[in-house]
Design a protein around this ligand. Structure first.
Ligand code: ATP
Length: 517
């Protein structure tokens, strides 16, 4: 684990050093859980978005996109339930002045019991070797049983307090279980308060009676309220989907883990509208499609898993997460939810407008059911960085840091490097860049030794480098070097476009996503 945390720290440092992600407002000491994307980060991020957008809108003739505004009528957030229920319970430690989520403190306490149980099992497994019967051990060992009981008692009390929205009881649990602040070590806690995660601001001047409005905490509501606009103007037939990419804002209480949990982030969401009763079939369909999309990136099949929700939101009848194995464990990257007709019905009620679809085959109108796929761009970005980051041993004590990014997503596809800064080599190299810059992102670099230039390109994940040498001026050939294998090959300049386009094209990546079984 310590080693993994180390990898994570290196990743954060690497992201900054190579222009992927910077802390926001850094010269003013930063702004909590807000980040800026640098010159390479923005290219990678745009490529992730393109991969998602094209997979939705090109590969599915019944999925179309929209781009709705961040500001929306405040009644929308009442209808969606966010004004009343988009809350986290928070608690402060009076000594350290640190703020925590009360539910997370309690969950961490439960995890401690789980850890103790696992340690007992590990110890016993070592002691008994091949004859170890884990099930029997767990059923009889007094220390395991004691921790299991403690955990179950705590879980029951916690679940009841959460369901009853009983904040006093949450605090009492923290006191009874002697949970201490990890910073001050004290049990000097404030009361637990509900904290709404939505940011609000005012629209209009105060003299006119300004209205309180919210920064959207999810993009999905912009899709729901445009359901009829899109359906009618596009003459869409159910089943069909609406996709959207855009910023979302949540005033997260504890914002740690770099771009995993941010206060301003980006989502890629798709709502798929179906006939009532057919939603579970479509839920399965989208689960499979979305998992293939992830796996096609080639970061490793074992890095992904589904995690079904055992506690469903009141409006959902099925929900699962796609988790990716980050350096800090398996974490949610995408949520897939069967949201029933909850949102559209609620908007009907609050707006007083009918939101129905007349189904010509069934010859009646209904409120469609919805399957949602919702993925965070920034979490996806983090998973790709984590999955691509490698430290290769090169022998002779030498190492290189390389981002083995999927070629289609790499910020720069080709670096063109003149061997020396004279003899007409820079001109020849620039001529190659000028020819290829219409096809993909190219970079010209003439500074430092070739070795150093290769390392710089490895560090930003450039899949191809070509070197222009004196021979190039005679034979119009260059040496192409492949990032992952570091193999080199002599190829004619005229063939570069074909060699590279093939490997870096979104077309091939999309084909891959549809080919996976
Ligand atoms: P979590 O349980 O981690 O807070 P969530 O279940 O609230 O996430 P959803 O509301 O389902 O998340 O949002 C869909 C997706 O949006 C998530 O899978 C995640 O990728 C992304 N996302 C949500 N909150 C954040 C955040 N604070 N920072 C970055 N991405 C986020």
């Amino acid at each position: 684990m310590a080693q993994q945390e180390d990898v994570f720290k290196k990743l954060v440092a690497h992201s900054k050093e190579y222009g992927f992600v910077f802390p926001s407002s850094e010269i003013y000491d930063g702004l909590g859980a807000v980040y800026d994307y640098g010159q390479n980060g923005v290219e990678l991020k745009n490529n992730i978005k393109k991969y998602w957008w094209d997979s939705m809108t090109l590969l599915n003739e019944n999925v179309v996109g929209i781009d709705s505004a961040i500001f929306m009528h405040p009644a929308i957030w009442k209808a969606s339930g966010h004004v009343d229920a988009f809350n986290d319970p928070l608690i402060d430690n009076k000594d350290s002045k640190k703020r925590y989520r009360a539910d997370v403190l309690i969950e961490e306490q439960m995890a401690k019991y789980e850890d103790k149980i696992n340690k007992e099992i590990e110890k016993a497994a070592k002691r008994f070797g091949d004859t170890f019967d884990e099930q029997k051990f767990c059923e009889t060992n007094p220390r395991v049983l004691e921790n299991k009981t403690k955990k179950e008692e705590l879980h029951t009390r916690f679940a009841k307090a959460m369901n009853d929205n009983n904040l006093e009881e949450l605090r009492q649990i923290i006191l009874d279980y002697e949970i201490v602040c990890p910073v001050s070590g004290s049990r000097n806690w404030t009361d637990v308060r509900q904290f709404n995660l939505m940011f609000s601001t005012e629209m209009g001047s105060t003299a006119d009676g300004a209205t309180k409005i919210y920064l959207r905490p999810e993009t999905a509501q912009g899709i729901f309220v445009n359901f009829l606009n899109v359906q009618k103007s596009g003459r869409m037939k159910i089943p069909f989907g609406i996709a959207q990419i855009g910023k979302a804002f949540r005033n997260e209480i504890v914002a740690r883990q770099f771009i995993f949990r941010m206060r301003e982030f980006e989502q890629m969401e798709m709502q798929f509208f179906v006939r009532p009763g057919e939603e579970l079939k479509w839920f399965e369909h989208w689960k499979q499609i979305r998992m293939k999309w992830h796996k096609a990136l080639g970061l490793g099949e074992k890095k992904y898993r589904f995690h079904d929700h055992d506690k469903l939101a009141h409006y959902a009848n099925a929900a699962t997460d796609i988790e990716y194995e980050m350096p800090f464990g398996f974490k949610e990257v995408e949520g897939i939810h069967s949201r029933t007709d909850f949102d559209l019905c609620s908007h009907e009620k609050h707006s007083g407008k009918k939101i129905r679809y007349f189904d010509p085959e069934l010859d009646h109108a209904y409120v469609p059911y919805v399957i949602e796929t919702s993925i965070g761009v920034d979490r996806m970005f983090l998973s790709i960085l984590a999955g691509s980051y490698c430290e290769d041993e090169l022998g002779g004590g030498e190492t290189r840091v390389v981002l083995k990014l999927p070629p289609a997503l790499a910020p720069v596809k080709l670096a063109v490097l003149p061997l020396v800064k004279k003899d007409g080599l820079p001109e020849k190299a620039l001529e190659i860049v000028d020819n290829l810059k219409f096809d993909f992102q190219c970079q010209y670099d003439e500074k430092d030794s070739i070795g150093k230039r290769y390392r710089r390109q490895d560090a930003i994940g450039t899949p191809y480098c070509v070197t222009v040498d004196h021979e190039t001026l005679n034979d119009n050939c260059v040496t192409i070097r492949y990032r992952d294998t570091m193999e080199q090959e002599r190829v004619p300049v005229v063939e570069l476009e074909k060699i590279i386009t093939d490997k870096v094209s979104f077309k091939n990546l999309l084909k891959q996503a549809t080919a996976i079984r």
